[in-house]
Design a binder for this molecule. Structure first.
Ligand code: ES4
Ligand code: ZN
Length: 324
């Protein structure tokens, strides 16, 4: 099964570039930029990982971002992820980035996106990994800040395929960002939002994503299974759900294999993704292997999940056909 998983050309639709920041790179960049994070070695960084829910993860994730200072840092972060992706036989990625995590520390939007974009170009050329970037807003910041960042992104519109919403979901419902997402759609961006696992009011958040925001994809969305009408609507709209099994294991202590199978049975379109692979210590192939190990997934189930990723991706239909 390992070889089968490794040999399949795959797509990844839910990976935070800042979540691919490996401890060796955090350490080296902090050192060269003179940023004091308080760790003596990469091993000390790993030893400090203690993720058991979303807030415990996010605190660490934002702290490590301080090591990223220059355009070259963003280039190296991004290119290193694409090298990992190529090693996993990923041929297409729609990675997320969190500009507010950087502008809030005085790093310009241009610094961030120029570094990322150059790495995307080089990865396509040198590694054969194609990608389209998704800009995420931090939902625990204000809607005004999100709107400002939407404005900042407009000169780079051709480099960004869509917008998403991430960070701490508690008391930060989709509706808080309705005006921002309406404007994003008018500017030509595709729309997705995190509906993280087992968050407060999560079923109503997913309904808001459908009825008020009109998203074109849902990130996570595991809890849609609590509502039959919601499942039916997601299936009818053929909305992809970007599921992250190892991330779920950290955040809610289950790989959610039963839930993934239920979605497949109901005609929904779950896909498999890594979320924050450097922190959760599992890239995409590891996530598929977890389904085999913890849920006894078959080759045909794996194949269906891989096919779903290309189908619900935001590739042009003509480009999709080459992969399906
Ligand atoms: C995230 Cl696991 C998760 N949930 C919400 N926001 C995030 N940003 C990066 N990883
Ligand atoms: Zn995520």
């Amino acid at each position: 099964m390992r070889n089968f998983i490794a040999s399949l050309p795959k797509a990844e639709l839910h990976v935070h570039l800042e979540g691919t920041f490996e401890p060796e790179h955090i350490f080296a960049m902090a050192l060269r930029n003179g940023i004091e994070l308080g760790y003596e070695s990469p091993e000390a960084i790993v030893a400090a990982y203690d993720f058991h829910d979303l807030p415990s993860f996010l605190t660490f994730y934002y702290k490590a971002m301080h090591a990223l200072q220059t355009e070259q840092d963003f280039y190296e972060l991004t290119y290193a992820y694409f090298e990992k992706a190529a090693a996993d036989n990923i041929v297409y990625v729609e990675p997320f980035f969190d500009p507010q995590g950087h502008t809030s520390r005085g790093i310009s939007f241009a610094t961030v996106i120029n570094g990322i974009h150059r790495a995307q170009q080089d990865a396509e050329q040198n590694l054969g990994v194609k990608s389209n970037l998704i800009m995420c807003f931090l939902r625990d910041m204000s809607a005004e800040s999100a709107m400002e960042h939407l404005q900042l992104s407009l000169p780079y519109k051709d480099w960004i395929i869509g917008v998403g919403l991430d960070s701490d979901e508690k008391d930060n419902p989709p509706m808080k960002f309705k005006a921002v997402f309406d404007r994003a759609r008018a500017e030509g961006y595709k729309l997705t939002m995190h509906c993280d696992v087992n968050q407060k009011d999560i079923v109503s958040h997913i309904w808001e994503c459908l009825n008020d925001i009109d998203v074109e994809r849902i990130d996570h969305g595991i809890n849609s299974l609590e509502d039959d009408a919601l499942c039916a609507e997601i299936a009818k709209r053929e909305l992809g759900l970007t599921i992250c099994p190892v991330s779920n294991q950290f955040v809610v202590q289950t790989y959610t294999t039963d839930e993934i199978r239920s979605m497949l049975r109901k005609g929904m379109k779950p896909t498999i993704n890594s979320d924050d692979p450097a922190y959760f210590r599992a890239y995409l192939n590891d996530n598929f292997e977890a389904l085999v190990e913890h849920g006894n997934f078959s080759q045909s189930e794996i194949l269906q999940l891989v096919k779903n990723s290309f189908e619900v991706s935001w590739l042009e239909p003509t480009d999709k056909n080459g992969y399906l």
